[in-house]
Write a protein that binds this ligand. Sequence first.
Ligand code: FAD
Length: 524
Amino acid sequence: MSTPARRHFICSLDQLLDCGGACALIDGEQVALVRVGEEVFALENRDPFSEANVISRGIVGDLAGQLVVTSPVYKQHFNLRSGRCLEDESVSLRTWPCGVLDGRVWVESLQQQTSRGVPGRRRLVVVGNGMAAMRTVEQLLEQAPDAYEITIFGAEPRGNYNRILLSPLLAGDTDWAQIMLHPLEWYRERGITLHTGDPVVSIDRRRKRVISAAGVIAGYDRLLLATGSDPVRLKVRGHDLPGVFTFRNIDDVDGMLKQASSARNAVVIGGGLLGLEAASGLAKQGLAVTVVHIRSRVMDRQLDEEAAEYLRHSMEARGIQFRLAARTEALDGEGVVQRVLLEDGSELPADMVVVAAGISPRTELARQCGLHCDRGILVDDTLQTYDPAIYAVGECVQHRGLTYGLVAPLWEQARVCAIHLAERGVTRFRGSRPSSQLKVSGIEVFSAGDPTRVTGAESIRYADRAAGIYKRLWVKDNRLQAAVLYGDTRSAAWYAELIEHQRDISAQRDELLWAEPPATGSAA
Ligand SMILES: Cc1cc2nc3c(=O)[nH]c(=O)nc-3n(C[C@H](O)[C@H](O)[C@H](O)COP(=O)(O)OP(=O)(O)OC[C@H]3O[C@@H](n4cnc5c(N)ncnc54)[C@H](O)[C@@H]3O)c2cc1C
């Protein structure tokens, strides 16, 4: 597969000294290349204060947690990733997309790539390089491999990885390489242009083009927005102290693991699925963990009271403590987080805090360019936004009033969206009733439907505390509405399927709690 025309290979990585720089001429401009470990950064070589071409000879280091290069003339510091000057926020060096491929350093031209394009192929630009975006691209390539020339922008500085596996990554049960879904070669082999670490900052709908933080301009015939969600941040004093983390990406996990190596006490704020997985991961790293949850039971959105009690007991047996129905008043410490203050006046020691208090769809780009948004970017059943040239998938989307935070509905969105991008049919996304399963090894918990909101349903229940098994199903009009399982989740996939497709269960009703799922071959 050919190399994208706008990418310049400069030298081998070995030719750059670690924490050293070199200068390259790209499209007639001097570009400073700076290496830090296995990473390479490309910035304007001209120092705006002295007007000398000297940045490639600057001193490289870490300043207040930011990687910087210092101008050798007047000593201003420039952030290597954004180019921003630390002393004067109004000044920035331009940055270029760059990276290392097969041991060779490449830099991408900033020249506009709008007008050209392969004859006969339309241009698809994808904003977001996460799970929903890449599932859509994969499906599109299967449906219509030659229909589009594809350009992807990702804010994160890497290929696409399995975000779900961040929990086992934190627990030390897997590693970075194992969770990678699409490494950089995957894109190269398919002729896809990928801009990593370079978020799109604006969309010009009139001229049908996007502009990235590094200044790349890409024209589109179709645009796909898949910007995911932001973790909700606490609006309390001390929320931004060092040692306070969110749990959304690989950098968060890296930061947590570093902090955990010298910490003793961790507080996790949020007792939902993500909070419990974070708590379990940190406990596995040897920390004393307390979960603070605003509601009176854990996983209150997915579990009924009894299942939540079973779960809490199991986690307590692993040494995790809980403060339920508790509100955080402030995070406190001298220069770094040291304690969590609760509204009831109590105080929890904390060398680190993980905030897992929910997510909110990332819609700012869509709003800026005038796309209709509510909580998420509004889409119809074909995943099209109010602009017919722009589609959206994933957690950033609101469809029929709902937003989703689990991958199963996003896979379905991706499938439908790809079909429409490929112009291969009339399939529709009609919404989904997702199910969830806690990823804490040794604890089996499953929930499907929305057990906390079912009305007018009959419930079938079995509980055996000694054996640690609890099952409850909600049935209405011979259709399964919701299910909660603790301790024995063998029928989970079957129940999820019955709920999703609203199948008639009258034939299995008497044995529904005990019938083997059909996949085992002995269904009732
Ligand atoms: C720790 C953890 C555990 C989870 N466990 C489960 C589970 O067990 N089961 C389950 O179903 N789901 C789970 N999820 C949820 C699941 O990972 C998400 O539903 C899924 O990743 C959402 O996909 P997405 O593509 O919408 O968003 P993401 O995967 O978040 O991708 C969005 C990407 O877009 C990028 N982006 C944003 N703005 C821009 C921009 N302007 N320009 C360029 N790029 C941009 C972001 O940086 C991000 O990389 C978990 C999530 C986490 C964090």
